[in-house]
Design a protein around this ligand. Structure first.
Ligand code: HEM
Length: 435
C-alpha cells in the first residue's frame, strides 16, 4: 500500500470512529419511550419555541426557516431513537456544487460560530422539552447520548474568557464538593472539574458539609474554582470533634489545598467512546494540632504515633457519564500516607510509605436534577491507635439550579480510635452554592 492510500485508510478509520455517534439505535425502545412519531412531534413543537426564546442562543436562529428546522429535527430525533424515519437533511443547492448531497451537521452549523455553552444550552432546552412532555429520564438520556457527540461537529468557536462566568456546562456535571474540597462525590474526587464554567470560561463555588456519627462529627467548608473546564483549585478547612468521654473535648483541625488537572477525555460529549475523562490531582494537607486533650499532654498528632502533621495525597481519577445507561461511573486511585484523611496525621508505627488506595463511585442519573448512588473509599492503616477502615456512603444529590446543590448521605466511616472501638456511621449533609 502506498503512503497515501494508507493515510486515506487511517483517515477513514478515524472518521468512522468519530461517526459512531451518528449510528441510530438499532431497536426502537427509545423511539417508543419518546412517544413514537406523535410524541417526537410534540417534543419538537415544545423545543423550537424554546430555542427562539432562549437569550443564550435565540440570535443564532434569527434568519432561518424554523418550519423546515422543526421537520428536520423530528426526522433526526426519530431516526436516532431507532424509529422508522430517515433524516432527509438540507440538500445542497445543485447550482452551488452540482452534487446535491445531504449536508452533514458540520456543514449545516459551520458558519454559525457555535460555542460549547451554546451547544449545551440547546441540549438543555431539549431535555426540558422532553421533561415537559413527560418523557421518562431514562429515555431522554438515551436521546442525549446520541446527540452529545455531535459537539465535535457543531462547536467550532471559542470565545475569549468572559469576565463573568457563563455557567455553560450541563447541570450536575461539575459534581458536588467532596470532604477534602475537590469536585467529585462526597468521599472521592472525580475527574470532572468543579463549577459550570465551560472551556471558554470559569466558575467558582463554596461548600459546607457536616457529618455526624455516634461519637464524632466532621464539619468542612471551603471554596473551589474551575478554570476553562481544565484546572481546579480548591481550599477546604476540616474541623473534627469528639462527643464521647474521654474524647468529648477532642478537636482537630486541618487545612487542605487541592489542585486538579483534566488531562484526557470528555465525560459528557464522548458518548460514542469508552474513554473516560481523566484528571490528575494533588492535595496538600496541614494538620493544625489536637485540642481538648491537653490534660493528657497530647497536642499534636505525632504524639499519637503519626510521623508527620502534614502531607500530600496524589491521585488519578477517571469519570465516565453513560447517558445511554443514565449512569456516572468514577474510579480514583490515590497515593496517600494520610490517617483518616490526615485528621490523625500522616504515616505511623504500622507504615509510613505512600500507598495506593482505590476509590469508587457509582451514580444513577434519575432525573436532570437528581442523582443517587454509592461510594467506597479504601484507606491505609498506618497508626496503631487508629484501626482505620474503608469509608462508604449512599447518597442522593439534588441540583435545583446551577447555583445551588444539596447532597444528603448515609456514611459509614469505620472505627476511628482504639479508645472507642465502635464502627462510626451517621448522616452526611452538604450544601454547595456557586456561580
Ligand atoms: C445536539 C445539537 C444540535 C443538533 C442535533 C442540531 C440539529 C440540527 C438539524 C437537524 C438542523 C437542520 C438541518 C437541515 O435543514 O437539514 C439544524 C439546523 C440549524 N441549527 Fe442545529 N443542531 C444542534 C445544535 C445547534 C446549536 C447549538 C445551534 C445554535 C445555537 C444550532 C443552530 C442551527 C441553525 C441556525 C440551523 C439552520 C441552518 C440552516 O438552515 O442552514 N444548532 N440543526
Amino acid at each position: 500500500m502506498s503512503k497515501s492510500p494508507r493515510m486515506t485508510a487511517l483517515g477513514l478509520m478515524f472518521a468512522s470512529t468519530l461517526a459512531m455517534a451518528q449510528t441510530p439505535y438499532t431497536e426502537d425502545s427509545t423511539y417508543q419511550g419518546l412517544g413514537g412519531k406523535e410524541g417526537i412531534k410534540k417534543i419538537v413543537d415544545t423545543f423550537v419555541p424554546m430555542l427562539l426564546a432562549d437569550p443564550r442562543i435565540k440570535d443564532s436562529f434569527a434568519d432561518f426557516d424554523m418550519v423546515q428546522l422543526n421537520i428536520r429535527l423530528q426526522e433526526q430525533f426519530c431516526e436516532y431513537a431507532g424509529g422508522p424515519c430517515k433524516y432527509s437533511g438540507k440538500y445542497r443547492d445543485k447550482s452551488m456544487d452540482g452534487v446535491g448531497t445531504v449536508r452533514d451537521m458540520t456543514t449545516v452549523h459551520q458558519d454559525l460560530k457555535i460555542t460549547n455553552a451554546m451547544f449545551n444550552a440547546l441540549a438543555e432546552d431539549l431535555q426540558i422539552a422532553m421533561e415537559q412532555n413527560n418523557v421518562p429520564t431514562r429515555y431522554s438520556n438515551k436521546l442525549i447520548a446520541k446527540l452529545a457527540p455531535m459537539q465535535r461537529q457543531i462547536v467550532t468557536t471559542s470565545v475569549p474568557a468572559p469576565k463573568v462566568p457563563e455557567m455553560g456546562k450541563f447541570l450536575a456535571t461539575g459534581g458536588v464538593s467532596q470532604l477534602e474540597g475537590a469536585g467529585g462525590g462526597g468521599l472521592t474526587p472525580w475527574a470532572l472539574i468543579t463549577s459550570y464554567g465551560t472551556r471558554d470560561s470559569w466558575g467558582a463555588n463554596a461548600h459546607t458539609t457536616y457529618v455526624d456519627t455516634q461519637d464524632y462529627s466532621l464539619g468542612t467548608y471551603g471554596v473551589a474554582v474551575g478554570i476553562a473546564d481544565r484546572l481546579e483549585i480548591s481550599l477546604a478547612k476540616q474541623d473534627f470533634k469528639g462527643s464521647l468521654a474521654p474524647l468529648d473535648q477532642l478537636r482537630i483541625k486541618q487545612d487542605i489545598l487541592g489542585l486538579k488537572l483534566k488531562v484526557a477525555g470528555e465525560a459528557v460529549y464522548e458518548q460514542d467512546s469508552m474513554l473516560p475523562q481523566i484528571a490528575i490531582g494533588i492535595m496538600y494537607k496541614r494538620n493544625k494540632g489536637i485540642g481538648g486533650l491537653g490534660a493528657l499532654g497530647v497536642t499534636n498528632v505525632k504524639q499519637l504515633g503519626a510521623k508527620d502533621d502534614h502531607g500530600y495525597d496524589y491521585y488519578v481519577a477517571a469519570t465516565k457519564i453513560l447517558f445511554e445507561q443514565s449512569l456516572l461511573l468514577n474510579g480514583t486511585l490515590r497515593a496517600t500516607r494520610a490517617n483518616q484523611m490526615g485528621i490523625l496525621g500522616f504515616g505511623g508505627d504500622q507504615g509510613d510509605s505512600l500507598r495506593l488506595m482505590p476509590e469508587i463511585s457509582v451514580a444513577y442519573l434519575a432525573h436532570r436534577k437528581l442523582a443517587f448512588g454509592a461510594e467506597y473509599r479504601r484507606k491505609p492503616h498506618n497508626l496503631g491507635v487508629d484501626p482505620e477502615k474503608a469509608y462508604y456512603d449512599a447518597f442522593v444529590a439534588w441540583f435545583p439550579t446551577k447555583n445551588f446543590s444539596v447532597t444528603a448521605a448515609y456514611a459509614e466511616l469505620g472505627d476511628i480510635t482504639i479508645f472507642n472501638p465502635k464502627k462510626q456511621h451517621g448522616m452526611y449533609l452538604s450544601l454547595q452554592a456557586g456561580f
